[in-house]
Each structure stands twice: as C-alpha cells, then as structure tokens.
Design a protein. Structure first.
Length: 355
C-alpha cells in the first residue's frame, strides 16, 4: 500500500489501494469522470456516511462545471483508470459535503437534487436552511470535520449533458472499458456482508498471532479492521435487537484486544476513550474496567484507577489477584511520586543561606 501527499494541496493525504492502469488521463474542462466512492468519518470505527455501491449506482462529475465539493475534482484528477485510492481531507475541504451528499441522496431516491433550493450559492443555501433532512448530514453541517473518501475511478471521457455539477444516475461501465479492480486483496470497504463476516475471525486470529510476536501496532490494526467490518454491518441493523446484539458481542472482545495493544504502546488516553465508550453500553464489563484502570494509573489518575480496579474485582472475583497486584504497583508509584514532589517543593521554598 503506497502513501503519498498530493502536490500543492494542503490538508490532503492519499493512499493508493490499487494502482490502476495506463497513463494519467487528460482531465480537460468538460471531461466526464465516472467513479464509485465511499465517505467515512475519521474515527476509530471509520463510520460509513455514504456509499455509492450501496446506493446501486456509480457517480459522475464534469470537470470545470463548478461541482460544489471542489476537492473531489482535485482528488479524481490524481487517479488513473481502474485505480482505487483513499484520501484523507482536512475540514477546510469538507465543509460543503453535507449539501453535496444531500443532493446525491435525493438522486438515489428519485428526487430532484435542487428541490426547494433558492437560486443562490451553496453557502447561502446552507444558512437559509437549518436541516438537510438527514440527521447525520446535519451533524456534519453543524461541525465540519476531516473526512475520508475512498474512490474507484472507472473512466474519463469527453462530453456531458448537465452543467450544474450534480452527479447523474449512470449505467455501470462495460467490463471492457476498465480492468476489473478486485484482482487485488479486497479492502473491507469493498466487501459484501458475507465477506465481512468471513473476514472478522481471520483478522481476529491474525491480531492474536501478532500479539504473541509483540507486534502490537500491527495487531491493533487487525483488530480495528475487524471492528470496522462489524460496525458497518451493525449500521444496517436496528440497535439493541437480536442481530445488532449478536454483532455487538463480536465487537466487544476486539475493542478490548485493541485497547490492550494501545496499553502496550503507551497510548493511554486512547484506551480511556474506547473503554469509556464501551462501558457506556456495557456497564458490567470487568475487563473494560480493568484496562481503563491501568490507563488511569499510567496518567496518574489515582482515584479513578482505584475505583475501576475495585469495580473490576467486584464484577469478576477471578480478577481479584490481578487487581491486588496492580493496586500494589499503583501505591508504590504514587508514594515515589509524592516523595519526589516533596523534595522538589522543599528546594523551592527553602530560604537561601546568608553569605
């Protein structure tokens, strides 16, 4: 997997997932770019916001026609036919995404993407209307944030009918027009439901193997990828119903394994974030309390660490010995810290000797 920076574009990073074929196309004004895309949040679970494959149609934009999300034209213009690339874009580039996604979703629903808008610029319309009609897009509109775009470029050709920059509903390209891009190892974003379910135990096992080799960073990546697969599947289920809960039961041990890796790597605040989020759903998870306690202890949150250790031992008496050991270590570290602080303060307030 290659990683590079786009030249002269601040706040953009690019990973090439599949290199594509041939030379870089000529992206002249009026050229029509046909592509699939997936939009993700830049969070631990890489939450999927939009997916053109799920919508059942590739998208098109026309070069030079003032597409509202200008950065997309820049991203696509860096790609070759058949290429699949992942782009991280800072919030300076993503502020208009909510309005663009609103229009694209309306097209998929068979509605006019410009329905109800005044004849004003996109930013003007943003302030005219407080809601896009989609809760997740409203959140992005209120708080612009970095986003990840995974794009697969099918083709670039001259011509184009619409001049407003909105993507059209178009037919999938003929197989002869672009090499089938799935000859490489498929990334989780492109997997079907069945493939994601099959990938989870494989990723879990790979993570465990890497932990035994003390390759904690690589192991954490495997656990995270498995969680992403499951969260994508969960998003299609009704929260707290049987199918959702079954997937959640698979997520929990993966998150705990990920947190253990982060403890080994010294990423204590990340452990605090993920264990706290887990405990908000699963109050009685002793292992989550134990790992959060270790993270609290590492950053000198003595009271919080003791509370979590006590809670872990109460929930799972089998952990009592491990908790006792950790409390002893915590006590020794805190005593040493207090001794060092007293020495430091004594030196600060000691009166200087007379000459």
């Amino acid at each position: 997997m290659e990683e590079t920076y786009l030249l002269n574009v601040e706040g953009v990073k690019k990973k090439i997932l599949h290199g594509g074929q041939g030379e870089l196309p000529k992206f002249q004004d009026g050229s029509k770019i046909t592509f699939h895309f997936q939009t993700l949040k830049d969070d631990f679970e890489r939450t999927v916001i939009d997916d053109s494959r799920e919508a059942g149609m590739p998208m098109e934009i026309i070069v030079g026609k003032m597409f509202k999300l200008e950065i997309w034209e820049t991203l696509l213009s860096s790609m070759r036919a058949g290429e699949v690339a992942e782009f991280w874009c800072d919030a300076i580039h993503t502020g208009m995404y909510a309005l663009v996604a609103k229009g694209m979703r309306r097209i998929v629903e068979g509605r006019d993407p410009l329905e109800g808008q005044k004849h004003r610029c996109g930013m003007g319309n943003m302030f005219d209307y407080h809601s896009t009609g989609y809760a997740d897009l409203d959140e992005l509109q209120r708080t612009p944030q970095p986003l990840i775009f995974i794009m697969e470029l099918f083709r670039v050709r001259r011509g184009g009918r619409r001049g407003d920059g909105w993507p059209e509903r178009v037919a999938e390209p003929h197989p002869a027009q672009v090499e089938e891009p799935w000859a490489y190892k498929r990334d989780t974003w492109a997997m079907s439901k069945e493939e994601k379910l099959a990938a989870v135990p494989v990723l879990h096992s790979e993570g465990n193997r890497l932990v035994l080799r003390k390759e904690f960073r690589q192991a954490a990546e495997k656990y995270q990828e498995a969680v992403i697969c499951l969260r994508n599947l969960q998003a299609k289920e009704k929260p707290w119903e049987e199918a959702w809960l079954k997937l959640e039961s698979l997520v929990t041990p993966l998150v705990l394994n990920y947190c253990q890796c982060q403890l080994e790597l010294g990423e204590y605040y990340e452990v605090l974030e993920h264990t706290t989020e887990l405990l908000q759903k699963h109050h009685g998870n002793a292992k989550a309390h134990f790992k959060r306690a270790k993270a609290h202890a590492a950053v000198w949150n003595e009271r919080e660490a003791r509370e979590d250790f006590a809670r872990a031992a109460h929930l799972d008496p089998a952990m009592a010995a491990a908790v006792k050991k950790e409390l002893k270590l915590l006590g020794e570290r805190m005593r040493k810290k207090h001794v060092e602080e007293r020495k430091r303060y004594r030196g600060l307030f000691q009166a200087p000797r007379a000459m």
